[in-house]
Structure formats: structure tokens, C-alpha cells
Design a protein around this ligand. Sequence first.
Ligand code: NIG
Ligand code: FE
Length: 393
Amino acid sequence: MTSVLIDGIGELVTNSPAVGDGLGVLANAALVVESDQITWVGPSSSAPAADRRIDTGGRSVVPAFVDSHSHLAFAGDRADEFTARMAGARYDGGGIARTVSATRSASDDELRALLRARVAEMHAQGTGTVEIKSGYGLTVEHEARLLRLAGEVTDETTFLGAHVCPAGTDPAEYLDLVTGPMLEACAPHARWIDVFCEPASPHAFDGDQARAVLAAGRAAKLGLRVHGNQLGHGPGVAFGAASVDHCTYLSAADVDALAACDTVATLLPGVEFATRSPYPDARALIDAGVRVALATDCNPGTCFTSSMPFVIALAVREMGLTPAEALRAATAGGAAALRRGDVGHLGVGATARLTVLDAPSYQHLAYRPGVPIARLLDDRALDANRLTRASAG
Ligand code: NIG
Ligand code: FE
């Protein structure tokens, strides 16, 4: 078993409660990785010997970002909708049908190539774990296909047959399909089930429909996730899901309900950016003690960014999170939203998913928006003992 000492870390964010403040920051630190696990963390001066040594040259190291909400399994392009929104058009979910049509027309190999390229783009920006939803197939065959292909690039796959009701389909019949044959075909390829619960949208599902979808998913042993409160108020926070995502419109009672349960509120500020919508009241959530995650929601309609550093910068600038709160939400928060204890922190026993910052401090993630300072320390870099940008590509 080869051990690797990662040394010369100017600032190490562990997210470990055992170390320092909430972020568990260590200066002049090192860590040891064996078989993809962290086996030692501490000051560089007392680092143990290892088979190999990587010198990070004083850079910062943080837990790799956990992007707990994305829709990477799609083909086609909807840049024209973005342009129209910048000129005042409103988003209501209607464009999803265009992506469904383009995605159904794409071959497995085309979708495979798109998925791999998008995941590589995420790695190159510091993301180490990504959840990927279906939702652009909307037939038994196409939803199962998207999940099978997504499963080639991540373990965190989510069945989103209840994304929208396809045009011309009776909603009751479509729900029977989603909760019956479609779920049966998709459950073997999925860890989670999700539903777009949005009473204000003519395309999405109301509270009763969403409850039926989640109940069927739970019976099929899938974990629960919800798209809720994106376009208006709704019942999404009360479904007992692992995570309710968007949370753009929350009442005081919603915030109290979230604070009293273990549902994570996953905020997706790239969506507000790209749909010109008001940002969620993240401060109210954090101040009430709600567990908050940040994710990209990378999708062709409401937010086509794969960049967690961009999301962190938005959370700080537009939602009033401190840089520490934003980083925690993008790492430990995402891990909590996916109910994962092995990622999102760099304590002993954690999976070795590390992100290196070409910066002296994690604060630079928000301080240097748009600058490519973050990259996943991938196996290739670990093997090659190189930390230059070229090695991360
Ligand atoms: O999370 N809101 C529903 N689903 C996506 C958007 C999908 C699309 O417009 O293609 C979201 O914003
Ligand atoms: Fe989404």
C-alpha cells in the first residue's frame, strides 16, 4: 500500500470540528493519503514519513467541493432562452421540453461524451463529488438510459421522471407511469428520487402529486430530494427529504420547519443569477440554524455553470454568507445533502478528495471571482507528483 505525504500546505481547511474554528483551519499543514483515504492530518513539522511526497508549494488545500444538485445528462442548447431572460423574459419551466427532445435524439455515445466532458470541467474547478439527475427523458426507456449513463460517472444518481409532465400527456396518467413502470425501470440505476414541486408552474407538480412521487420512491428504497420553492411558495420543505433545493421563496414558517428537521436547504444562486430572480434569504436560514448546502444546479435552462467557485462567490456577494460559511456549505453542506460522511471534510478516515487553490487562503474563492484558482487534486496529479495547472487538465 503506497502512502503519499501531501506537504507544504500553506492553509489547510479540514472542516473537522476537532481542529480550530468551524472550518478546522491549519496553517503550514500536511496530510497523508493511503489507498484513497486520509490517514494523518497535522502540522508539517511533525508529518510522518511516506512512500512519496507532494509539495504543494504553500498553496491552500480545501475539501473537494460536493456539488449535490446537477442535471448533466442532457443534449442541446438553450442559450437563446438565457438571452431572452436577460431582456426581461421570465422562466417557468417550459423550455425543459426542448432539452427533452434534443436529449432523446442523442445517441448513448453522444450523451456519454457530454457527461464525461462536463464532469471533467467540474473536476478542473475543484469539484470531487457530483450528483446527477435524469429528467430529460420522460419515458421509461429514456429515463432509465440517462440514469444508466450518469451511473458511469457518479454514484450519486437521481431519478427525476417527475421533472415536468410531457406536453399532451394527462397528468394523472403520467404520474401513474412515473410511480409505476418508470420507477421500476429506473430504481436499479438510482440512489435518489426527486420531483419538481412547483404549484406556480403550469409544467411542474403540485404538493399532492409530489407527495405521491416521493412515497413511491421511498417504497422503492430511494432517498428523497425535492426541487421546491423556486418560482413561488409551496409545500416542498415539509416532505422529510434529505434536501429541498432552491428555497428561493420561503415563509418564516418554512424556515422554522427546516430548522426543526434534518432536511438540508440547498441553495442554487447560479439560478437566481441566470434567471434574474431574487436570491434566497440565506442569512435567515443560517441564523435559524438550518443546515445549508450550495450547489450549481448545472442545467441547460436555468443555470449552465459547472463552477462551484462561482457559486461560492455569488453566495458571499449576493446572499451575505461569509467566505467560511460559503465554503462549508459547498463542501460539508453538500455532503450532508447527499448523506455522505466520507466526503466534504479532510479528517482522518475521509476519502482523499482534495482541492488545491492557487491562493494563500480559501477566502480567495470569493475574493477572486472568475479566476481559475481551484482544481481537484486528481489521481493523475497524485501519481505524477505534479501540481502545475497542466497536470490537472
Ligand atoms: O433546477 N426547476 C427545474 N429544473 C431545473 C431547470 C431545468 C431546465 O430548465 O432545463 C432547475 O432549475
Ligand atoms: Fe435542478
